[in-house]
Ligand binder design. Structure first.
Ligand code: FAD
Length: 417
């Protein structure tokens, strides 16, 4: 790659990078993406939420994604000890999208990157950012290509959408530990030949295996299904052997999965991810903004990752455009506070998932339908709708509801005895 100049450099061609790149380009600015890996590349994060459709639409990606025929997703299904809790996005409090997709990310991310190229945004694959120096808001970024050659990119603004690469936080010491405990995931893609034997075979299902350990089952339209176990790292230590042995043992042990998946062909050997939660001191600085996973990633349980990535990029892209036009931006108020509102809403639901509070709500004998709609909107990713009490006052509302359900159950049990 030659030394180049551009208005905006975007680091990373995941959903965060491509959504930001497209919106900035559509505003008339030159944009260059650098991506460390060759695409298609594997990345986890296969279940989307309806809210991300708004960002994909504004970025101009929806038609291309629709054309691929990915598995549509209309809700979320939670299973525990034979009990089922269903959420359907059509039945939610917030007005918005009521469906989305389940996607193998290698293909999905490739489509978004191709769309960027079609818009005239160069996507430089196998090009890794190795250093950045700022002079005011202007920057010079050093990149290394696949042949080991170095070059520079001069930019007026940088959007860092480098996901788990965390480029700017690492270079400028902005990384901070997460408040969430470390968890581990063991997962694989399986050929799902017995899918049609299952009830609602194409729906994403979250299965509680035991307290604190849950499983995702994400069927793709290709007939492959992603299956992953998530829990405290110590849970996995109870099982001897390789990751593949542990994965097989876990499939056999879970009644909800064993018949469908025992002996299923693995498309790749089971992989492990661990300690993914991370946060960053600041989501912006002079001449740069962080979007997507680089800002904060909590936990996979409510599939919030791609939605937070695309929504943060949608918002950040507009603010970058305003800066390039010479306008003022209050990054705390107009970006960081808004993103933290969404992240903190999800944080409550993640914590309440692991401490058992949500179990009481999801599997209550008489779910309160109005409240269910409000929680459904959170599960659809509408975590910025402050009209929704379960967003605005998320922690207290969830805890209060669980207490009421506890009291009801106690009174019922007293009544019986
Ligand atoms: P990424 O998708 O990671 O893209 C960043 C890109 O930047 C990468 O392609 C990378 O190669 C590139 N890059 C990195 N360093 C450099 C560098 N130095 N130079 C140039 N390029 C660089 N989310 C969901 O929405 N749904 C789910 O079901 C879900 N399940 C998950 C399960 C697990 C176990 C985990 C850990 C996460 C899950 N997530 C899920 C989260 C999801 O993986 C991320 O939130 C999402 O991929 C973030 O998108 P992004 O664009 O910010 O980053």
């Amino acid at each position: 790659m030659k030394n180049i100049k551009t208005d905006v450099l975007v680091i990373g061609a995941g959903p965060a990078g491509t959504v930001a790149a497209s919106i900035i380009k559509q505003a008339g600015y030159s944009v260059v993406i650098v991506e460390k890996l060759k695409f298609p590349r594997f990345v986890i994060g296969e279940s989307l939420l309806p809210r991300c459709m708004e960002a994909l639409q504004e970025a101009g990606f929806l038609d291309a994604v629709k054309a691929r025929g990915f598995q549509e997703k209309f809700g979320a299904k939670f299973v525990k000890d034979g009990m089922i809790c269903d959420y359907f996005f059509a039945d939610q409090f917030t007005k918005g999208w009521d469906w989305t997709w389940q996607v193998p990310r290698a293909e999905f991310d490739q489509i978004l990157a191709n769309c960027c190229e079609e818009m005239g945004i160069p996507v430089n694959y196998e090009t890794e950012v190795t250093g950045i120096s700022f002079s005011g808001s202007d920057s010079v970024t050093s990149v290394k290509d696949a042949d080991g050659n170095y070059s520079t990119i001069e930019a007026r603004y940088i959007v860092d959408g480098s996901g788990y690469g965390r480029v700017i936080p690492k270079l400028f010491n902005l990384d901070r530990p997460s408040s969430l405990p470390s968890r581990k995931a063991l997962f694989a893609h399986l050929r799902d030949d017995k899918r049609l034997l299952a009830h609602e075979p194409n729906r994403i299902t979250i299965v509680t295996h035991q307290p604190g350990v849950w499983i995702w089952v994400i069927p793709f339209s290709s007939g492959i299904t992603s299956v992953g176990y998530v829990g405290d790292p110590s849970f996995f230590e109870e099982f001897p052997g390789s990751d593949a042995d542990v994965f097989d043992a876990l499939i056999k042990k879970e009644p909800y999965l064993s018949e469908r998946f025992s002996g299923a062909e693995k498309i790749f050997e089971p992989r492990v991810l661990q300690s993914w939660s991370s946060t960053t001191e600041k989501f912006y600085g002079e001449g740069f903004v962080l979007t997507g996973n680089v800002t904060e990633f909590l936990d996979p349980v409510f599939s919030s990752g791609v939605t937070l990535a695309s929504v943060s990029s949608q918002l950040a892209a507009h603010l970058v455009v305003r800066k390039l036009q010479g306008g003022e931006v209050d990054w705390d108020k107009e970006y960081m506070d808004i993103m933290m509102q969404g992240v903190n809403t999800f944080r409550t639901y993640v914590n309440c998932w692991y401490d058992g509070t949500l179990d009481k709500i999801f599997f209550a004998r008489e779910p309160q339908l109005d409240i269910k709609k409000m929680i459904c909107s959170v599960l659809a990713g509408y975590v910025w709708d402050l009209e929704n009490p379960f967003v605005k006052d998320h922690f207290h509302q969830v805890k209060k509801l669980a207490r009421i359900l506890d009291m009801k159950q106690m009174m019922e049990e007293k009544g019986k005895s």
